[in-house]
Every structure is written in C-alpha cells, then in structure tokens.
Design a protein around this ligand. Structure first.
Ligand SMILES: Cc1ncc(COP(=O)(O)O)c(C=O)c1O
Length: 446
C-alpha cells in the first residue's frame, strides 16, 4: 500500500476516538529519532508519551526480548512462577523508594495498575472511597475514567462512572489564586499549603476518614501539566494518611523510572508511599505495568483474586530486566540531570525573553513544560513549527502547555539540537509568523 493509501486506510478503519498528533505513518525508531514511512526523520521529544525512555529499540532491551521470545512468550502467572517475572522483581527491589515496598503484582497497562491499587486499597482497609487530585490523569478504563480529572473529554458521555471518587485541588502554584495575590510571598519553594486545608476539609465534609481507603497522587502531575508538588506538601499528606489510616498511593506511571532525575519522583521529597504504581518506562515499550506495596497489605488478598491472562508477560519482564540493568550500566540518571539542567536553563531564558508570552516554566529532570499565557493558542503554534522542523513534541493539560519528554539517554548534541528547534519555533511564533497546516489537530494525550 502506498503511504498516502496507508494513511487514508487508517483514517477509515482506525477508531476515531484515538486522537493523533500527525498524519504521518511511523515506520521505525532508533534512539532519539523516529522515521516515518514518508522518509522524514523526527527528533522525538515525546518518547511515545514517556514510554521508550531509553530511546527507541534500545539494543540491550531488544536483545533481551528477542532471547526471551525464543524461550517462552506466555508463561501465565496463574499457572506457575516464571523466571523473568521473579528476576525483574529482584532487579526492582533495590530501586524502590522505600524498603517497605517489597511485594509486587504486574499487569499490562498503567490504567490496570491504578485499578489494582484501588482493589488493594479497598481490600486492605475495608473502606471504599478514594481521593484524587484535580488535574490528575489515571487512565481511561471504567475505574480510572472516574479518577481522571485532567479534562472532561475522558469521562464525557461515558457515565455513570465508578462511584466513591472525591477530588481535591492539586497544589499547582502557577495557578494558585493565593500565590497570585500574595506579591511573591508564596512559590513552589514556599507553598501556602491551602491545598492541605482543602484536603482536610474534604475529609470533614464529603468523605469521612472511616470511609476513605486511599489518596492517589502523581508526585509530578503528568497530563495535568507537568507540575511537581511543592516542597512540604507530600509530607503533610503523609501525616494526614497516617493519622486517619488512609493509604498513600503514588501514581508514578509517567514520572517513574528516571524521568525526573531520580528513579521515582517521590524520592525528591523523601516520602514513603504505601502503594507505588508503575508502567510506561518500566519495559521501554513492551506492555508492562505493576504495583508494589508491603507484604502485609498485599497478603490480605486471596489467591486467585488477582491475575490476568497477559499480566506480567515473560517477554515484557525480560525487557524490564534489561531496562533496570541499563540504568546502572549506562549512568542514565546522571544524563537526565545534566540534560535536564540544559533544558531548564533554555526554558528559563525563553521565559525571560518572552515574558509577554510565557506564563510559567517548570519540571524536574527530563519531565519539563512551558506554559503560555492563555487565549492565543501559542502552544499549538509552537508545536506545529517544531513539526515543520522535524521534531515531535506534545501539548498537555487544559492550559496552553507544551511538555517535553526526550529520551533519558539523549546525547548532549541532540538535546542542543532540540532546544535550538524549540527556541526558533517560539521566536517565529513570537514574531507572528503564521504556522502552516501540519495536521496537528486532535492531539493524542497520554
Ligand atoms: C500518571 C498516569 N497514570 C496512569 C496512566 C494510564 O496508563 P495507560 O495509558 O498505560 O493505561 C497514565 C498514562 O499516561 C499516566 O500518565
């Protein structure tokens, strides 16, 4: 089929509900680049939305998967233990943000893993309700649709959704009305902690502690705009959880596996989660997700009540082992922090130069964003310009925000190239250059 016919075929036969960034057809990927069927090669600052974090087709990950595919593809967790599953746990235990996190359950997608966390929290506490953050993204399945509060599109016309979900404001200092009116008194480094008060009020007004099983939080809000929690906030939430026998669940589907410069984002604040949710970067593109918690909680579940046909697939687990080894052998976190600083410096420079256009720049490691002032559609224009210059980037959140998700092992040269393209694109949009049509409508989030 010709390229044109392929794209037309896709438009006709692929579910319309799947939005997409480009009308191109992806053919292959290698490291920080993706090649389209048209022959165009794009520098990829999306990593397939934070999944191929070690670059596309990382050689050691590909080799591990190929070897495992020749040995055993589907071992089925409900039949017997399988070697790669156990060896992956062995690799992951030392990487966990707290020693108490020692018992694992693997599933396929992030949404399923979030639901596994809801099941565990309800079962272990014998309580039903969960609290989530406004702006959070936890997935698109029936349970997680109810927990996703980043945009109405994810739940619109799909109700009734799972009951028992309550939402509180996420501590988003760039949109905090108290900070806005306090003349610089409050900031990310010194939060007004109003969201903590809101949480306490919620537990008094809407969902009693005796009915509340868990609080779910993304330590760095993903789809909601790449917003790290401010200093001190998670500690306060931990105290509320401890006082009320509520479990703290860190959804690190997007922020985990090195994305923020630590193995898990929650390490930036030194807070212990009761349950940690993982996916995306765990196997660099092979479908795998999981939860980890302490044994005493996990052991409340009856044998047979957890599992799933493809859960913890052997090839995905083998890929996951190779990912964990690569982190050690290839000094991935060092690179994230070095490249992350280069990126933050460049974004700050853009903010300084284009203060009339840029509302905020923020992020940790290589999970960074630039938010433009509302109303002019700057983000989509810059995104379209980047596409013209053969670079993939994504928008996110209800605000006019671009998020940057480059490979964690991106070279200094490719980072400089990417930042150069972003700067050029912002300059051109600032000068009012009209972006050409590039088919960048209907952006595909998450
Ligand atoms: C924080 C977070 N949780 C859950 C999910 C859902 O994961 P999946 O799309 O694999 O179901 C995502 C996906 O982007 C996410 O970013």
């Amino acid at each position: 089929m010709s390229i044109r016919n392929l794209a037309e075929f896709g438009t006709r036969h692929v579910a319309r509900g799947i939005g997409r960034l480009a009308t191109e057809v992806i053919e292959s990927g290698s490291g920080s680049y993706v090649t389209m069927a048209s022959g165009r090669k794009f520098l990829d600052f999306t990593c397939g939305i934070g999944v191929a974090n070690l670059g596309h087709c990382h050689p050691a990950v590909t080799k591990a998967a190929q070897t495992q595919a020749g040995k055993m593809v589907h071992a089925q967790v409900n039949i017997a233990f399988q070697r790669p599953y156990l060896e992956l746990i062995e690799q992951l235990i030392p990487l966990m943000p707290d020693k108490s996190l020692d018992t694992f359950f693997f599933w396929n997608s992030g949404s399923e893993a979030v639901e596994a966390a809801v099941k565990l929290a309800r079962h272990a506490t014998k309580k039903q309700n969960v609290i989530v953050m406004q702006g959070s993204y936890h997935g698109r399945t029936f349970g997680t649709m109810a927990m996703t509060k980043s945009k109405t599109i994810y739940g619109e016309n799909y109700g009734p959704l799972m009951p028992g979900v309550f939402a509180v404001p996420f501590p988003d200092c760039a949109h905090c009305s108290i900070a806005a009116h306090a003349g610089g008194k409050f900031s990310y480094e010194k939060c007004c902690m109003d969201p903590v008060t809101e949480l306490e009020l919620l537990l008094k007004r809407e969902t009693a502690p005796s009915d509340t099983a868990a609080i779910f939080i993304e330590p760095v809000l993903g789809e909601g705009g790449y917003v790290p929690v401010p200093e001190g906030y998670l500690q306060r939430v931990r105290e509320i959880c401890d006082k009320n026998n509520i479990l703290l669940v860190a959804d690190e589907v997007q922020s985990g596996f090195g994305r923020t410069g630590k193995m898990f984002a929650i390490e930036h604040w030194g807070v212990r989660p009761d349950i940690l949710v993982m996916a995306k970067g765990i196997a660099n593109g092979f479908p795998l997700s999981g939860i980890v918690s302490r044994k005493e909680l996990m052991d409340t579940q009856k044998p047979g009540s957890m599992g799933g046909t493809y859960a913890g697939n052997a090839v995905s687990c083998a890929a996951g082992i190779a990912v964990a080894k690569a982190f050690q052998e290839e000094s991935i976190l060092e690179n994230v922090n070095a490249r992350g600083k280069e990126m933050m410096d460049a974004l700050k420079e853009l903010k300084q130069k284009h203060g009339d256009m840029v509302h905020d720049v923020r992020g940790l490691g290589l999970m960074q964003a630039i938010e433009f002032k509302a109303g002019k559609g700057y983000g989509s224009k810059v995104q379209a310009k980047c596409m013209e210059k053969d670079m993939l980037i994504l928008t996110t959140s209800i605000y006019d925000t671009l998020r940057f998700i480059p490979p964690l092992n991106i070279s200094q040269e490719d980072m400089a190239k990417g930042l150069g393209i972003i700067k050029e694109a912002v300059e051109e949009v600032a000068q009012g250059a009209k972006p050409e049509e590039t088919g960048t409508k209907g952006l595909a989030p998450e």
